[in-house]
Design a protein around this ligand. Structure first.
Ligand code: KG4
Ligand code: ZN
Length: 378
């Protein structure tokens, strides 16, 4: 097995890489040239599958992935105007995520790479999110390259990373309980706004006053770079209860609650990010993950950056939420460095960033162990 891993298949100078992502409730496939040029991006969500349950049901997610994985990949190839002969490598999310969901993309990608004898590599989902900021192009500015500070705000993670000049992310701080996206989803449920929660809360907040309801600013008195969102969610629950429950809320109060919650999340993310930027003396902050699609956060962070002297870089909206462009991009970076995985690659539900427990080092030791650390980076 070690042989296929250490073999460095030659890649063309501008490789065309197929990326596949299925870590949660989106099945996505994308085709990327040269690690940056998006030739196609197909994303199939599952809102209708999970909406009746108010949240993602893992078993239903994986079953739906099985149903659509071929179609989504074909759609991406069609959009790119390419057939499989044009693909030089395959990248797939190996973790973290729902294991059943991951396995669908993983098995499909393995079969494809095996049958076409293509170089194949597993990608860390959060590294993918960070690399999305490097793919997105702001007109008139050079593309983002390490070093920078990365803030990942998604449904499962809220964390700050130092992305070193070699591209390796190191954890600076993370949530002690709920992720910011998770808090959006839970508050959406509390307010009776349905699923998926983030965009619903955001839409509802547009008509509200962010100063109407006094909610706590999570961790505002604590030092360091950690986050916490479960207390804020509980505070919203108590405010709703005090008003007689979600059914009794008038539209105005619902909008005020949504706006006040959104402002509290945004403020706490901005405060932590500013603290990290000062501590790191960094001038570039990449804000990535589903919550980075939040307009208020985008505006607040840009303003803080202008005040503090750093640039806040957000991926394009459709590259904030889960997509396969980011996986193809992170995969291209790995493939270019000669990193390959063999077909024993497994799915992992939890993986610290910077580690790839699915990849063994050249001497057979576990990558990421103290004995055999190997970079798994952007
Ligand atoms: O990155 P992502 O697509 O999946 C994970 O890796 O978790 O993030 C999904 C999360 C969900 O919690 C969703 O409610 C949140 O991102 N989200 C938003 C917005 N769009 C998606 N939260 C706030 N405002 C939005 N516009
Ligand atoms: Zn994600």
């Amino acid at each position: 097995m070690a042989e296929s891993r250490t073999r460095i298949d030659a890649l063309p100078e501008s490789p065309v890489v197929l990326g596949i992502e299925s870590s949660c409730d989106e099945m996505a496939a994308a085709v990327l040239r040269d690690g940056r040029e998006i030739l196609a991006s197909a994303v199939q969500g599952q809102e209708r599958v999970h909406a009746p349950y108010g949240g993602v049901v893992p078993e239903l997610a994986s079953r739906d992935h099985v149903r659509v994985v071929s179609d989504v990949t074909e759609a991406a190839l069609r959009e790119a105007g390419l057939d499989l002969d044009a693909i030089d490598g395959v990248a797939v999310t190996a973790g973290p995520g729902l294991v059943g969901s991951l396995l669908v993309g993983l098995s499909f990608a393995k079969a494809l790479a095996f049958s076409r004898r293509l170089p194949f590599v597993g990608v860390h989902h959060l590294v993918g999110h960070l690399v999305a900021a490097e793919v997105s192009q702001t007109p008139g500015r050079p593309p983002l390259e390490p070093p920078y500070v990365g803030l990942v705000v998604s449904g499962g993670h809220t964390a700050l990373y130092r992305v070193g000049s070699e591209g390796r992310p190191e954890l600076l701080g993370e949530t002690r309980d709920d992720a910011a996206g998770e808090a959006f989803d839970k508050v959406a449920k509390l307010l009776g706004l349905g699923f998926p929660g983030g965009p619903a809360v955001s839409r509802c907040a547009e008509g509200g006053d962010p100063r109407a309801i006094d909610l706590p600013r999570p961790m505002s008195r604590s030092q360091g770079l950690d986050f916490s969102y479960s207390g804020l969610k509980t505070a919203v629950a108590l405010e709703i209860e005090r008003r007689g429950g979600a059914e009794g809320l008038d539209e105005g109060t619902r909008a005020d609650l949504a706006a006040s919650f959104e402002a509290a999340v945004s403020e706490s993310l901005v405060a932590r990010a500013v603290r990290a930027m000062r501590a790191e003396s960094s001038r570039r902050l990449a804000v990535v993950g589903g919550v980075a699609a939040n307009r208020r956060l985008r505006r607040d962070m840009a303003e803080a950056g202008a005040r503090e002297g750093f640039e806040a870089i957000f991926p394009a909206m459709d590259l904030c939420t889960d997509n396969a462009v980011m996986i193809a991009a992170a995969g291209t970076r790995l493939l270019r460095r000669g990193v390959r995985d063999d077909f024993s690659l497994e799915a992992f539900s939890r993986v610290p960033i910077g580690e790839a427990p699915w990849r063994r080092s050249r001497d057979g030791g576990e990558v990421g162990s103290a004995a055999a650390p190997v970079r798994v980076d952007a």
